[in-house]
Design a protein around this ligand. Structure first.
Ligand SMILES: Cc1ncc(COP(=O)(O)O)c(C=O)c1O
Length: 430
């Protein structure tokens, strides 16, 4: 029941004076409604030093304005979005574990045992037996000495790059690496050099020219393109040049390899060839957070020095319990990966028959490049009208001129879902 004694919320007026407004209703869902419609008027410019509206308007005019949709159901192939039933083809829940009853039950039991919040950072009192057990399970799963949990992949990438490199060093990255790898390099103060996508000759040249400590960081599976990095060749180059190799396997883990061990299992690369592995838990594993796996020295170094590890509250222990369960399912239920491969090959065959310009991706990430942001937005709206959700991906997430529909599959998609997707794609205004 709402507490009528709750003090009113105070907010600032345009002139800086504060005024009382009724406190938010106890039902948070109702409070969220105004933002869902994304009216710029709702974005108050009350105390802004610089006017914010012109940039918002510019983005809207350039078809770059992003809006959040309101999901009314758990993740799945069939969802309710902004009150409408839709087929979803844009989640990273590749194995369909995000709402799996066994994972949810582990979360519930974890909450019964550990409560909700972790209460503190890992180095204070936030590191429970559940976190520790998950770290050990992840180390075993990835065949490395140790693993270290982070609250997100973004934070894990910042941690590795800013700890292993600094001023005077060089970070080398693929042009299509994830934003968090780029931001990590920037945060580190090292020089960032980027090579054209999958261009080994340029990567080698940059490695040879690089100064200081050298670290090459690359996505195992490129997040917006779905293609694979040439990891065996990069591993060879890095060994020859005595550089660190770090693989961000956010989209490979759980999906590639017979056991779901990801890009490194698929390519048969060990921890000597790839000393730093970052994996996320919020995609194929269906929960949230991330980890870095590698040598005991690497993990100890991160614990001692990584600011995004030290100065942040640990993720809830219940989440670690849920991830422990989903990790078991990833290994045991290989039918999920097999289903994904079936879906990907049927989709690619169907798209080829329709003459759709699909990018060359072997993974559940299947990009359909539109070119302009405007066209990608129009395509996404066209699909939406037919009850198919595929959000448009536009710059700066992808390079200028390569806006796209990033179609993704989950093991839960049925043949009839795929059929409906292909029918809707057939009628795209091209
Ligand atoms: C390649 C890649 N790395 C890192 C991340 C960040 O992971 P997280 O969502 O856990 O912050 C993502 C996606 O969000 C990603 O696609």
């Amino acid at each position: 029941m709402a507490d009528s004694r709750r003090p009113p919320v105070r907010r600032k007026k345009a002139d800086g004076r504060s005024v009382a407004t009724p406190s938010a209703p106890p039902d948070g869902r109702k409070a969220a409604a105004p933002e869902a419609v994304n009216e710029p008027a709702a974005l108050s410019n009350a105390v802004a030093v610089k006017p914010l509206r012109p940039e918002l308007e510019r983005r809207r005019r350039a078809s770059l304005y992003r809006r959040r949709r309101l999901l009314g159901t758990p993740q799945g192939s069939e969802v309710v979005v902004d009150g409408r039933p839709m087929l979803s083809f844009c989640s990273n829940d590749y194995l369909g574990l995000a709402a799996d009853a066994r994972v949810v039950q582990a979360l519930q039991q974890g909450a019964d045992r550990w409560g909700c919040g972790a209460g503190a950072a890992h180095l204070v009192t936030g590191h429970t037996e559940a976190h520790h057990a998950l770290e050990q399970a992840l180390a075993k799963f990835t065949g490395r000495e140790r693993a270290l949990l982070f609250s997100s992949g973004y934070l894990a990438n910042l941690a590795v790059l800013s700890t292993l490199t600094g001023r005077g060093d060089t970070v080398i990255e693929d042009r299509l690496d994830h934003a968090s790898l780029i931001d990590g390099a920037r945060l580190s103060g090292a020089r960032l050099r980027r090579y054209p996508h999958n261009d080994l000759a340029r990567a080698e040249r940059l490695l040879r020219e690089a100064k200081g400590e050298r670290l090459l960081a690359v996505d195992g599976v490129f997040s917006m393109d779905g293609d694979l990095a040439p990891l065996p060749e990069l591993a060879r180059l890095c060994r020859e040049q005595e550089a660190w190799l770090m693989v961000d396997d956010a989209h490979g883990l759980g999906v590639l390899g017979e056991r779901g061990g990801g890009s490194l299992e698929y390519r048969r690369l060990d921890s000597r060839q790839v000393p730093v592995l970052m994996g996320t838990l919020g995609k194929a594993l269906g929960t949230a957070g991330a980890f870095v796996a590698g040598s005991a020295e690497l993990v100890e170094t991160l614990i001692q020095q990584a600011r995004t590890y030290i100065f942040t509250t640990a993720a809830p222990a219940a989440l670690a319990e849920a991830t422990l369960r989903s990790l078991e399912l990833v290994e045991q239920e290989s039918w999920r990966r097999e289903r994904l491969w079936e879906l990907v090959s049927s989709f690619r065959a169907g798209a080829a028959a329709l003459g759709l310009p699909l990018a060359d991706s072997p993974t559940p990430i299947q990009p359909l490049v539109a070119g302009s942001a405007q066209k990608a937005l129009a395509w996404s709206r066209h699909l939406e009208e037919q009850g198919i959700l595929v959000t448009p991906i536009r710059p700066p997430t992808v390079p200028e001129g390569t806006a796209r529909l990033r179609i993704t599959f989950t093991a839960l998609h049925e043949d009839a879902h795929l059929e409906r997707l292909l029918q809707a794609l057939e009628s795209l205004p091209r």
